[in-house]
Ligand binder design. Structure first.
Ligand SMILES: Nc1nc2c(ncn2[C@@H]2O[C@H](COP(=O)(O)OP(=O)(O)OP(=O)(O)O)[C@@H](O)[C@H]2O)c(=O)[nH]1
Ligand SMILES: [Mg+2]
Ligand SMILES: [Zn+2]
Length: 305
């Protein structure tokens, strides 16, 4: 039997069959070594993997060390997660958005906020832009319909340099595949009407997929489209503890020094620098409300206390 070590990036996984892109651009299909299941470390899209050739097929032999990983969407080695939502249609779920921002931060993943469908309501887009800019996130206000703002997202992606992995994540129907198409017209990804998604309860995009883009000689980045999801359950994100929560709210940092007690939970009024900042309007009250709801949810997961 001939052995042949090779490596590449997993760009998709469908029913246990992985598509791996080699640095040359060649794509091969591969299956994962059975042992991964026992090691509880199944390969993810975004993983760099070593391949072993067995006759006509490839086997994923080893997952190279991950810089980070997410359970939802299932991805590894993300450089920036574009946490995306529509200005309207569907109405954004602020708690869901803030959870995703916090879970990514806890996983060590940089985030940026992408507001889509600004053509439907410039006012609402501006309202959300203010909330997230105030919190310290990079914010992109976009419309795939009229193209506005899309160029800034492209500049961000191109400006990050070679080898990076970006991903769009957020609820179904907010226009993740649409903005991928607006960014990279050669893609022609399938997009779906909202009414159809609601009536059938189905996402249009079914699997995570990384798309490689080459900007100049040898400079390739990956951008992932992911299926929409409605609400992230903290119980699915093992290891995220309530004591870690405040640190995932970047706008809290400069105010926690004003808390009277070092172990302040920022949940109760009285000598809390964070709550004082909310009252002064320096921290958006929507963000603090999300914090309280998330804190409450994390408090109910006994094994993580
Ligand atoms: N008016 C307007 N409609 C948009 C915009 N972007 C997307 N849409 C529409 O919103 C609907 C959903 O778009 P998709 O790109 O399929 O949404 P998605 O986030 O990929 O959805 P899933 O794949 O189900 O997660 C489609 O009917 C799009 O035409 C936009 O900027 N403005
Ligand atoms: Mg989609
Ligand atoms: Zn406090």
């Amino acid at each position: 039997m001939t052995e042949n070590k090779d490596y590449g990036t997993i760009i998709s996984c469908v029913g246990g069959l992985y598509t791996v892109r080699k640095p040359s651009g060649e794509r091969v299909r591969a299956r994962a070594r059975g042992a991964f299941r026992y090691e509880k470390s199944s390969p993810l899209a975004g993983d760099t993997v070593l391949l072993r050739k067995e006759k006509d097929s490839f086997m994923i032999d080893k997952i190279c060390e991950r810089r980070n990983s997410l359970v939802r969407p299932p991805l590894a080695n993300v450089d920036t997660l574009f946490v995306s939502f529509a200005a309207i249609d569907p109405v954004p779920n602020i708690l869901g958005i803030d959870k995703l921002l916090s879970v990514a931060a806890a996983a060590g993943i940089k985030t940026a906020v992408v507001i889509t469908k600004s053509d439907l309501s410039g006012d609402l887009a501006a309202k959300y832009e203010e909330i997230y800019k105030k919190a310290g996130y990079p914010v992109f206000v976009t419309s795939s319909r009229d193209g506005s703002g899309v160029e800034h997202v492209r500049e961000y992606i191109v400006g990050g340099g070679s080898g990076k992995i970006y991903a769009f994540a957020g609820a179904s129907g907010i226009g993740k595949s649409s903005i991928m198409n607006a960014l990279f017209p050669e893609l022609s990804l399938k997009t779906g009407e909202l009414s159809e998604k609601i009536s059938r309860g189905k996402q249009t995009t079914r699997t995570v997929e990384l798309f490689p883009f080459t900007f100049s000689e040898g400079e390739t980045v990956f951008v992932a489209d992911t299926p929409g999801f409605s609400m992230l359950e903290f119980s699915a994100v093992a290891g995220f503890r309530k004591k870690d929560l405040a640190a995932t709210f970047p706008e809290f940092a400069e105010h926690t020094a004003n808390c009277r007690w070092r172990d302040c939970t920022h949940t109760k009024d009285g000598d809390c620098g964070v709550i004082e900042a909310v009252k002064r309007g320096e921290i958006a009250k929507e963000r603090h409300e999300s914090f309280l709801l998330m804190y409450d949810e994390l408090s109910k997961i006994p094994e993580w206390k």
